[in-house]
Design a protein. Structure first.
Length: 258
């Protein structure tokens, strides 16, 4: 699904799914009551009730599973950012033990990288992109470490650890960008939308004599479905929209060492 919805104002998107959509369903229910009065009498409630029970349970389990998976992916994206920033922090400390000018050069590149990721790359990821400057800075850090010489076993150990930390930074960045570029597959959204339409459609066939109660029931039912879809849509892109993973770990690295 396009990123258009996730870039909408959060309150507007919520009102669209949790208020406007249920109101639309209520209007459809009103039309059904006028066109097919036999439904109001509950002539098909036995069959309709069975279908709602089966389809509703299947759809509810499906939505609950998607919500849980989406939240776990959002949490994993946040953990990836924390690991990358942690490796960057360790890289800064390890390279301070190396000989000049490598120590000063690498320390400066670490701070530049942290600043670029927290600002330039974070803005680019909102649209599924990345920062070329951040990529170049990683290459410059590798080049700085490759060109250094060691004069003691201690420096040799810190150099090896620095290279390992930089590899962790590069790996976590690649993972972060993959999550930012990708999104839930179209087939998943198709299942959510089609399942919602079918579930609400069967609910429309269930007759209730009290008109106001009928509208309240079908409106509340649609609102619950809309709320779940809202949660899935908001969390489905961890680095896009108003609810997204924060670059704060990188900001802390820059602030602490600058």
């Amino acid at each position: 699904m396009s990123r258009t919805l996730i870039h909408l104002n959060l309150w507007f998107l919520g009102a669209l799914l949790v208020v406007a959509m249920p109101l639309g369903v209520v209007v459809v229910q009103a039309v059904v009551r006028r066109v097919a009065p036999q439904i109001v009498e509950g002539a098909h409630n036995d069959v309709a009730g069975f279908l709602i029970a089966v389809v509703g349970v299947v759809y509810a389990v499906t939505l609950a599973f998607i919500v849980i998976v989406t939240w776990e992916e959002f949490r994993d994206a946040r953990s990836t950012v924390s690991r990358e920033a942690g490796a960057l922090r360790s890289l800064y400390r390890d390279t301070r033990a190396l000989a000049a000018p490598t120590s000063e050069r690498t320390a400066g590149l670490v701070l530049q990288y942290g600043q670029e990721v927290a600002v330039g790359e974070w803005d680019a990821m909102d649209d599924g992109g990345s920062s070329r400057r951040a990529f170049d800075l990683v290459g410059e850090m590798f080049a700085a470490l490759q060109g250094t010489s060691v004069s003691s076993p201690t420096q040799e150990a810190f150099l090896a650890d620095s290279v390992d930390r930089l590899n962790q930074v590069a790996d976590n960045r690649a993972e972060r960008l993959t999550v930012a570029e990708e999104g839930p597959p179209s087939v998943l959204w198709a299942a959510i939308i089609v399942g919602g339409i079918l579930t609400v459609g069967f609910a429309l066939l269930f007759g209730v004599a009290d008109e106001r109660l009928h509208y309240l029931m079908i409106g509340g039912f649609a609102a619950v479905i809309g709320l779940q879809i809202f949660v899935i849509r908001v969390l489905s892109q961890p680095f896009s929209g108003q609810v997204r993973v924060s670059p704060e770990p990188f900001e802390h690295v820059v602030r602490d060492f600058r």
